[in-house]
Design a protein around this ligand. Structure first.
Ligand SMILES: Cc1cc2nc3c(=O)[nH]c(=O)nc-3n(C[C@H](O)[C@H](O)[C@H](O)COP(=O)(O)OP(=O)(O)OC[C@H]3O[C@@H](n4cnc5c(N)ncnc54)[C@H](O)[C@@H]3O)c2cc1C
Length: 475
């Protein structure tokens, strides 16, 4: 094969895919990314003496292939890897709770009447739903059915509406199965009755590894391996369109940093870009239904306000979630708790995350206004002292999180049906599969696609099976 296999995107999925192909075959691989650094959403950047992530990114560990890949990369350099356990808190009803919820803490801090109300509602809801069938057709009905009204609103409902800036009744129930894993209410009730202890199952991923110099350094190292194995990475190069001939992608048209366009031929094309953006890269003669469905797969964007404090540390918490409605921001993180080497001595940085829509009121706020807004949230968090603030920085990130509106799956199905008709294309990663997963998941997906594509004649059936395996929301 003389033409290269092209991968669009040098994020976790694209790099892992390239690495696997190059490790297992002699194929020529070119990765193209519009960004100036590798790592995708998991990249890091420098600000003054600090190295910052786009919202601190820890790599979840579970002893699977993605973790093994990272450990192998740093086999001779493993002092660069820091390991830890998540320390997460939530602010709820003006009180700080440890997450996962400690029952003793909940009983102490919640009004006991509220705990009784929650259990009573749960019991009633369970009995009611055992007798009367009410279809679950949204995130809201899923939550109410499973937890009862009060606990659903307190723990998921209000926060979901705050983050996604839409009514929970408009969000698909499939969002819950993708995002809310490992939370077992029955277990919680059992423990409430016994009093003491915490929720038994590990809620989501609790352990992580992190690079001493920021999340992006993991992917920098992976990209160096890709290059050592003969791969090529073109940064600052944006793919604008895909050229098809006879159900095959033959080339991509790219534009470089100075605006020069050229075509690069390919024998196979792997995309890790957001699914609807990928569809828009095809010829405008694509069926109307396809473009319509792509337009229905939407995203929520993110603003991050980084606030620098002249103080060694603010707390030991890695992530704290601001569930109460009066907080404008959703989540705050202290990256120094993942690695002190990323932040200048004597200083620390909190990153405040606010979801919004590209172009909306928040998006258009000046940096100073966003900083003032973050400071107002600080005033309601007792352990943050405003007088130690020395500087701030604002980053706006379009298309940060996939939105699971009701019927998003019908639209995704139409899009994948179209992609399946093309012989030599695969769409992968969190973005390319329109998933909610994290970096380890994208890495795993990339490795799996790399395994398929390192074979001599990647079979279309294997790609379809790959989609079936990962697109659980289509079931
Ligand atoms: C605030 C925030 C915090 C997060 N925290 C964590 C965390 O702690 N742990 C964790 O595991 N995950 C976390 N995630 C999720 C994680 O960032 C993603 O799951 C992961 O980066 C997805 O990897 P990917 O390779 O699928 O996509 P991406 O990382 O998005 O990579 C896609 C790449 O495609 C490139 N691209 C797009 N369009 C074009 C084009 N037209 N031409 C060329 N290149 C293009 C982009 O520049 C990008 O580099 C977080 C996400 C956010 C937003």
């Amino acid at each position: 094969m003389s033409e290269p296999l092209i991968i669009i995107g040098a994020g976790p999925a694209g790099l892992a895919c390239a690495y696997k192909i190059l490790k297992q075959s002699k194929k020529k691989v070119v990765i193209i990314d519009k960004a100036s650094a590798v790592g995708g959403a998991g990249a890091s950047f420098k600000w003054k003496g600090h190295i910052l992530d786009y919202g601190p990114h820890s790599f979840h560990t579970r002893g699977e292939e993605p973790e093994k890949l990272i450990r192998d990369l740093f086999e001779n350099d493993n002092e660069k890897l820091i390991e830890g356990r998540k320390n997460v808190s939530i602010f709820l009803k003006n009180k700080k709770f440890k997450y996962p919820l400690q029952v003793s803490e909940a009983l102490l801090k919640f009004n006991p009447l509220l705990s009784i109300k929650i259990m009573f509602e749960f019991l009633l809801t369970s009995i009611f739903h055992a007798i009367v069938y009410i279809p679950v057709d949204s995130f809201e009905s899923w939550g109410r059915k499973r937890f009862g009204h009060t606990l659903y609103k307190m723990s998921f409902g209000d926060y979901t509406e705050k983050v996604w800036k839409t009514k929970a009744s408009r969000i698909s129930e499939k969002f819950a199965s993708e995002k809310i894993q490992g939370f077992n209410f029955i277990d919680l009730i059992k423990r409430l009755l016994k009093v003491g202890g915490q929720v038994a199952d590990e809620p989501y991923y609790q352990t992580w590894i992190y690079h001493k110099y920021g999340s992006g350094s993991l992917f920098q190292k992976l990209s160096e391996e890709v290059i050592k194995l003969g791969g090529e990475i073109l940064l600052n190069t944006s793919v604008k369109s895909i050229n098809l001939h006879d159900h095959k992608a033959t080339s991509v048209t790219v534009v470089d940093k100075v605006g020069d366009a050229k075509d690069i031929n390919c024998c196979y094309l792997v995309s890790t870009v957001p699914l609807p953006r990928f569809i828009y890269m095809f010829d405008s003669n694509t069926p109307f239904m396809l473009r319509h469905s792509a337009s229905k797969l939407s995203y929520i964007s993110l603003i991050i306000v980084y606030i620098e404090f002249e103080i060694e540390k603010i707390s030991d918490i890695h992530w704290f979630y601001l569930l109460d409605k009066h907080f404008k921001f959703n989540r705050v993180t202290e990256q120094k708790n993942l690695s002190p080497f990323t932040i200048e001595n004597g200083k620390t940085i909190l990153s405040f995350e606010l979801t919004c829509r590209e172009g909306d009121e928040y998006w258009q706020f000046s940096d100073e206004d966003l900083f003032e807004m973050a400071k107002r949230d600080c005033e309601n968090i007792d352990f943050i002292s405003l007088d130690r603030i020395t500087d701030f920085l604002v980053k706006r990130i379009p298309d940060a999180y996939e939105m699971y509106y009701k019927n998003f799956d019908t639209h995704a199905d139409i899009v994948f049906s179209y992609l399946k008709e093309i012989d030599n294309i695969a769409s992968i990663g969190r973005r390319g599969l329109f998933l909610q997963g994290d970096m380890h998941k994208s890495t795993e997906i990339g490795l799996q696609m790399g395994e398929i594509l390192s074979g001599n004649n990647p079979d279309k059936r294997e790609i379809h099976e790959f989609y079936d395996r990962h697109l659980k929301y289509l079931e």
